[in-house]
Design a protein around this ligand. Structure first.
Ligand SMILES: NC(=O)c1ccc[n+]([C@@H]2O[C@H](COP(=O)([O-])OP(=O)(O)OC[C@H]3O[C@@H](n4cnc5c(N)ncnc54)[C@H](O)[C@@H]3O)[C@@H](O)[C@H]2O)c1
Length: 248
């Protein structure tokens, strides 16, 4: 079950943490994985780790907020590995993300959250969706956050607004492409182990019903499931991957 041999996956923001875990687990199931990141050295490191573990990967550094760069990047992935069967829109934390109340945020700061968490998803999806529909098979999986589902009062309003937009987009996309064998689903993540330093993570873990923060492997396993042939009847869903911190 959950075999991905002969599938090509593109994972954005996969140079570290959750994205790297997603890329590793997809490769472990047999997928050939294109590792995207804004930073070429991070993309190369994740791709090299996959290859040294016996998988097939290539680095694909580009900025998901730049439509031209995404088109060129997706074309180079296709030349290197073949057409993309599985797109994982994971890039989502803007460089230097600040935690601040909406009233304290300069309006000049707003756009970068929307550019990355919503436009990044749109650009990458646009670059691969026609091919998926033409071939009659595809998986689009977007990594969102509980911040896109709930009000949190933690100073992440713009991040949450953009994640909420991505969640809504994926629901519409799912219905538009359902008859072409393409599914579109979203993971709404809770706090991961990289959410802060060790002391912060230990405090956060106490608030999570299962008693720990999430790992890259927790996220990767859920992506593998949604990417698999076995998940072909699941589309338009937002799956909470959060240790029980938000039930539905
Ligand atoms: N870490 C958490 O606690 C948490 C909680 C909820 C949701 N999430 C979501 O999970 C996903 C992964 O989070 P993470 O903590 O692993 O992030 P991270 O910041 O550790 O890694 C993200 C990677 O994306 C890359 N990146 C940033 N901007 C990019 C761009 N424009 N184009 C391409 N790559 C870009 C970065 O260089 C980085 O390597 C994100 O969508 C995030 O919003 C994370």
């Amino acid at each position: 079950m959950f075999e991905l041999t002969d599938r090509v996956a593109l994972v954005t923001g996969a140079g570290r943490n959750a994205g790297a875990g997603i890329a590793r687990l997809l490769a472990r199931q047999g997928a050939r994985v294109a590792v995207n990141d804004l930073l070429p050295e991070r993309a190369a490191a994740t791709a090299a780790a996959i290859e040294s573990a016996g998988g097939v990967a290539c680095a694909a550094a580009f900025d998901v907020t730049d439509a031209d760069a995404v088109r060129a990047g997706a074309a180079s992935v296709e030349r290197a590995l073949g057409p993309v069967d599985v797109l994982v829109n994971n890039a989502g934390v803007p460089v230097g993300m600040t935690v601040a109340r909406f009233r304290d945020l300069d309006p000049g700061e707003w756009r970068r959250y929307v550019d990355l968490n919503l436009y990044g998803v749109l650009h990458c999806t646009r670059a691969v969706i026609d091919g998926m529909c033409a071939r009659g098979h595809g998986r689009v999986i977007t990594i969102a956050s509980v911040a896109g589902q709930l009000g949190l009062g933690l100073g992440v309003s713009l991040y949450g607004a953009a994640k909420g937009g991505a969640i809504a987009f994926m629901r519409h996309l799912a219905l538009e492409v359902a008859r072409h064998g393409v599914t579109a689903n979203t993971l709404a993540l809770g706090m991961l182990e990289n959410a802060g330093d060790a002391a912060v993570v230990a405090e956060l873990a106490k608030t999570i019903p299962v008693g720990r923060c999430g790992t890259p492997e927790d996220v990767g396993a859920a992506v593998v499931f949604l990417a698999s042939d076995e998940a072909g009847w699941i589309t338009g869903q937002t799956l909470g991957v959060n240790g029980g911190s938000h039930t539905s």
